[in-house]
Design a binder for this molecule. Structure first.
Ligand SMILES: [Zn+2]
Length: 105
């Protein structure tokens, strides 16, 4: 269980709730989020201007944190890596040391 700010319905205040997270699937990583921005897109989902994904949902698709678990087949990340990411198509997780060195990931 972990705490999350949850949009429970459009145009309602977010609620701090305990949520259960599934482990990573093959090819996924699980990140302990240390910081997250809330941008206009998140507010548009919260107020229903953008109707998807439907509530309940946890906003915040621009985050930074630490890899705490990796799914089967993941070789580019390991537990303890610090990452920043945004969830947009395509999903672009950036491994900080690689980003600093100028390598694309
Ligand atoms: Zn955004």
């Amino acid at each position: 269980m972990t705490k999350a700010a949850v949009v429970v319905a459009h145009n309602e205040p977010v609620e701090i709730r305990e949520v259960e997270l599934a482990g990573p699937k093959a090819g996924d990583i699980r990140i302990a989020v240390r910081a997250s921005g809330v941008c206009h897109s998140d507010l548009s989902v919260q107020n229903g201007t953008v109707p998807f994904p439907p509530p309940p949902l946890v906003p915040g698709h621009e985050c930074a944190g630490e890899v705490v678990e990796v799914g089967d087949g993941v070789s580019r990340f390991k537990v303890g890596d610090h990452v920043v990411y945004t969830v947009q198509p395509p999903v672009w997780p950036l491994l900080l040391p690689r980003a600093r060195s100028g390598l694309s990931v």
